[in-house]
Design a protein around this ligand. Structure first.
Ligand SMILES: Cc1cc2nc3c(=O)[nH]c(=O)nc-3n(C[C@H](O)[C@H](O)[C@H](O)COP(=O)(O)OP(=O)(O)OC[C@H]3O[C@@H](n4cnc5c(N)ncnc54)[C@H](O)[C@@H]3O)c2cc1C
Length: 408
């Protein structure tokens, strides 16, 4: 067993964990980041980074490097229903970056490594908390494949380990998940000759959402009623390909030659969650660990990175003072600042999710042309890829990076 101490242990190298680690390490806070996977090449994670994330990357001095990664931008989109095209959003001058997570996470870790206050352990899983006087005072973890065990003491543990968070579970915190009537079967194809301003297509055969992912690849999602996927698999991949090609004939050849097995597909529930609390003495949950984002509205990365920025702003000055554990009362300030905006977003995702599942269940009797309320349901589908601009003017204030805390 190895033993070491740090100010902060961050569990999980997703967008939340990587951004908070980079910011804390750059501010002179000794930070250890652990990640269960040995590589960051995970599939089917959110690739949409909507405003204000490009601005936050700029404030972190990372925007130029991020824009050097292979990426796309989108500013407008349409729903096509039975051959008719309906505009559903136009971002004008606002940009949504479409960018794969692995290169972004690698970049964040590489830049964090420039600070000697940062250490990264890949292939290392959280096992449980160390506790002192009832408060979280670090973690135990195991590295693969060598089975080496670690005893990390820290003043603060940040649980950034995603929707199935083991830190949340170990702290006995309920994830607050809702029910959902819809699931999405995701898969990728080489970028084909389809019209990519179309992001949703509704036809007799079903509903397909899609978007360019890079110069070479696109990501597609077939919406299915919850619980139907095992039956779809039983009918075989050929039937699945037929369904997809029936909705979007332009990709029929590509589907036929590239989608050969359900192993290339990933099932995602359109469920969201809001944990009953995000803190304990010595423990703060951020990102999906605190609030599971459904893919509706492309909000997950956005919320996770904003949590990380606010955590850095509020906790760096506290970490610079004294050397004891960080109290629950202090950590609750982070939750208090972030929770109202997150709650509103999750509420919005849930209501759009309900619209989406009623659209799916009414698909057999869709009139042509679409009735306005069904078009609104289609707009909810569109927001799987990009949130509609908020026309009510009630947007919550967005956090900014506090650059005065940087030590360099
Ligand atoms: C198909 C799909 C499409 C999506 N589309 C979008 C989109 O377009 N835009 C958007 O903003 N959001 C989207 N989302 C949501 C977005 O991906 C998440 O909200 C975001 O990744 C959350 O970031 P995070 O850092 O909190 O958690 P995650 O990205 O889930 O990262 C958590 C990390 O913790 C690690 N981990 C887990 N357990 C342990 C452990 N025990 N020990 C150590 N490490 C551990 C995991 O391996 C993982 O690397 C989508 C999600 C999916 C699944």
């Amino acid at each position: 067993m190895t033993a070491r101490s740090a100010d902060v242990i961050v569990v999980g190298a997703g967008p939340a964990g990587c951004v908070v680690s980079y910011l804390l390490a750059r501010s002179g806070v000794e930070t250890v980041l652990i990640e269960r996977q040995r590589t960051l090449d995970r599939e089917f994670r959110g690739y949409g980074f909507r405003p204000p994330i490009p601005r936050l990357f700029d404030e972190m001095d990372l925007l130029a490097d991020v824009e050097d990664l292979p990426h796309e931008t989108i500013s407008r989109g349409t729903v096509v229903a039975y051959g008719k095209s309906y505009p559903v959003f136009d971002f004008d001058d606002r940009r949504v970056l479409l960018l794969k997570q692995p290169p972004l996470l690698r970049l964040l870790i590489e830049r964090a490594r420039e600070f000697e206050t940062f250490t990264f352990h890949s292939g290392t899983s959280f096992d449980g908390f160390r506790r002192e006087d009832g408060a979280v005072a670090g973690i135990t973890a195991t590295s693969r494949p060598d089975g080496e065990t670690h005893d990390f003491r820290s003043r603060l543990v940040i649980g950034a380990d995603g929707r199935f968070s083991t830190t949340r579970r170990a702290a006995g915190i309920d994830a607050g998940m809702d029910e959902s009537g819809t699931e999405v079967v995701w898969f990728r194809l080489p970028r084909a000759a389809a019209d990519f301003t179309t992001h949703i297509r509704i036809e007799d055969d079903g509903v397909l959402v899609y978007s360019p992912l890079s110069e070479r690849e696109s990501q597609y999602g077939l919406l299915v009623p919850e619980g139907r996927y095992p039956a779809i698999r039983d009918r075989g991949i050929a039937r699945f390909r037929e369904t997809v090609a029936g909705i979007e004939p332009a990709i029929a050849d590509s589907v036929e030659s590239n989608l050969t097995s359900f192993d290339q597909c990933s099932l995602l529930s359109v469920r969201s969650g809001l944990a009953e609390r995000w803190t304990d003495d010595g423990l703060l949950l951020i990102g999906d660990a605190a609030h599971v984002a459904s893919p509706i509205g492309a909000e997950g990365n956005n919320l996770a990175i904003q949590d990380a920025v606010e955590t850095h702003r509020l906790l760096t000055p506290v970490l610079a003072r004294g050397d004891g554990p960080i109290s629950n009362a202090t950590l609750r300030r982070v939750e208090g600042n972030r929770r109202p905006a997150v709650e509103r977003t999750i509420r919005g995702q849930r209501s759009r999710g309900r619209g989406l599942s009623s659209l799916l269940s009414s698909r057999d009797r869709l009139p042509d042309p679409l009735e306005p309320h069904l078009l609104r349901g289609a707009a909810a589908l569109m927001s799987l890829l990009a949130r509609l601009p908020n026309r009510s003017g009630t947007d919550d204030p967005e956090p900014s990076v506090d650059r005065s805390l940087f030590a360099d």
